[in-house]
Ligand binder design. Structure first.
Ligand code: ADP
Length: 160
């Protein structure tokens, strides 16, 4: 069984992330979506909230997608759980630079680990969790950007 790990902040998960999962499943039998429990990066939702929102949003992929959280170094978490492939999505050129840096750094830390990139769908080219949160805070329609449960959670978060 070919498994990959899709790490990220997922604050919250968007349709762009879900599209990356779908594309990953065209190549891998299973995608483990790993929510980073990162104290350094200030997130709007707690790790538990981000995990449960992602689980609900991905419930249709039963058996093919697992949602977990991790803290500390990704490569250590991967070694401990026997994962060797990281899945990441690429949007603009700016993503490329930081993703290249991350992929090379991870490879330096653990030479057996490789990163597999999928290109964004043009529909999600501009989509990010930050944009969705900004839109939600301004009461804009975010129906096309996130699943229903995330839309509800964001509305509640911004008290609208
Ligand atoms: P991080 O903080 O680690 O970048 P994110 O949750 O922002 O975590 O993103 C996780 C991964 O998903 C990254 O590889 C990012 O480029 C990718 N991603 C996010 N949004 C999209 C999108 N709209 N289309 C394609 N890939 C995306």
């Amino acid at each position: 069984m070919k498994t990959c790990i899709y790490p990220g902040t997922f604050d919250p998960i968007t349709n762009g992330h879900i599209d990356v999962v779908k594309r990953g499943l065209q190549v891998f039998d299973k995608v483990v979506l790993a929510v980073a429990d990162n104290y350094e990066k200030k997130s709007s939702f707690s790790t538990e909230e981000r995990v449960s929102m992602a689980k609900e949003a991905l419930k249709n992929f039963k058996g093919k997608v697992e949602v977990v959280s991790f803290n500390g170094l990704l490569v250590n978490f991967m070694k401990k759980n026997n994962y060797s492939i990281i899945l990441r999505g690429l949007r603009a050129m700016s993503d490329f630079e930081s993703e290249l840096q991350l992929a090379l750094a991870n490879k330096k830390l653990s030479p057996n680990i490789d990163t597999f990139f999928v290109m964004t769908d043009v529909k999600y080219f501009y989509l990010s969790s930050s944009l969705v949160k900004e839109f939600a805070s301004l009461n804009a329609d975010i129906n096309d950007f996130v699943p229903k449960n995330i839309e509800k959670a964001l509305k509640k978060h911004f008290c609208r």
